[in-house]
Design a protein around this ligand. Structure first.
Ligand code: ZN
Ligand code: ZN
Length: 329
């Protein structure tokens, strides 16, 4: 679909859906092909799977271009649904791949032996109260060759027709970036700002501390921009930029309140807290029993992001190992 003249949105399937509850939104990644004087700029690439690749191939044929017409690839963040096909498309097009330098820590994980990565993850899950019998013997981790270009934010990318500015927006991922077209008031928002779902903000072992703080700060910074149309990494494009930011900030405010309320009966481990949070509240809350390991792990990471934030606000503190969280009086 050509959303604005010169910007095509391709909806690429994600071969397995992350959560049935949020269904269609996470079943597709939006990638953008942007016309330029000397070639096309591709923003994000889709999941590395033959089915996804096939759709990509059909779509560019429909637009009337070839792989070699792609002259640059920018990836908004190090998640498989955005970065997956980057290596393959780089090979086919000869284009350079660019990513924010803060994502390099994920690339470096490939240097840690797999067994060690599994152990770190398992230890971290059990430290946070995950029952041993629920923890599987694997970790999902993707490996990728290094990109050609590392951004640090503020770079200007010109295609001739469009002039984008790289905006560093940490939170959903430490090196997440958005692309802003000031004159045309367009924002390619990746997973930072989505209309239908609140992007997940996850605490992870080893990698980040207080990602929710980073996220809310970068949302507030972004809010200062003049944006008429948002082109997100999932779901539909939308024009209520500031309202959507306010809704998301409110959502996290509310969730922090829910968590503080859960803690009023005494110290709890993160797993127990996560199991009492009403997930997908707009659908009346999804019962914990119906979540599989993957979704429970996501819920735990999201809960921890809120706990770290509340800790910094001095509303709670961590007490013992395994980690218990306790309200400050
Ligand atoms: Zn993502
Ligand atoms: Zn995504």
């Amino acid at each position: 679909m050509e959303i604005v003249p010169g910007i095509h949105q391709l909806k690429l399937p994600i071969p397995f859906s992350i959560s049935e509850e949020i269904g269609k939104i996470v079943a597709e990644t939006n990638v953008y092909l942007i016309e330029g004087d000397t070639g096309w700029l591709l923003v994000d690439t889709g999941w590395d799977d033959p089915r996804t690749f096939k759709v990509f191939e059909e779509e560019i044929k429909r637009i009337g271009i070839d792989f070699q017409d792609i002259s640059q690839i920018i990836v908004t963040h190090f998640h498989y649904d955005h970065l997956g096909l980057a290596g393959k498309l780089r090979q086919l097009s000869g284009a350079k791949v660019a990513l924010h330098q803060k994502e390099s820590r994920f690339i470096e994980l490939r240097d840690i032996p797999k067994e060690q990565r599994v152990k770190v993850m398992k230890d971290w899950l059990s430290k946070n109260g995950f029952p041993e019998n629920e923890i599987p013997d694997y970790v999902f981790s993707m490996e990728m060759e290094s990109p050609d270009i590392y951004f640090s934010g503020g770079e200007k990318i010109s295609t001739g027709l469009f002039n984008f500015e790289v905006m560093w927006t940490p939170g959903h991922s430490p090196g997440h970036i958005c692309l802003y077209e000031r004159a045309k008031r367009l924002l390619l928002s990746g997973d930072h700002l989505i209309a239908e779902i609140t992007p997940d903000i996850s605490a992870l072992p080893l990698l980040v501390s207080n990602p929710l703080k980073d996220y809310l700060n970068s949302l507030r910074d972004l809010r200062k921009l003049d944006v008429e149309l948002v082109l997100p990494g999932h779901g539909n494009h939308f024009d209520y930029f500031k309202r959507r930011i306010d809704e998301i900030i409110q959502h996290h405010q509310k969730r922090k309140g829910v968590i503080l309320d859960i803690l009023k009966d005494g110290p709890l481990v993160a797993y127990e807290i996560a199991s009492r949070v009403p997930w997908i509240p707009q659908k009346g809350g999804i019962p914990w029993q119906s979540l599989d390991f993957f979704n429970r792990q996501m819920a735990l990471m999201e809960t921890l992001a809120h706990l770290e934030f509340l800790e910094e606000e001095e509303k709670i503190k961590k007490v013992t190992a395994p980690d218990y969280w306790k309200r400050n009086e």
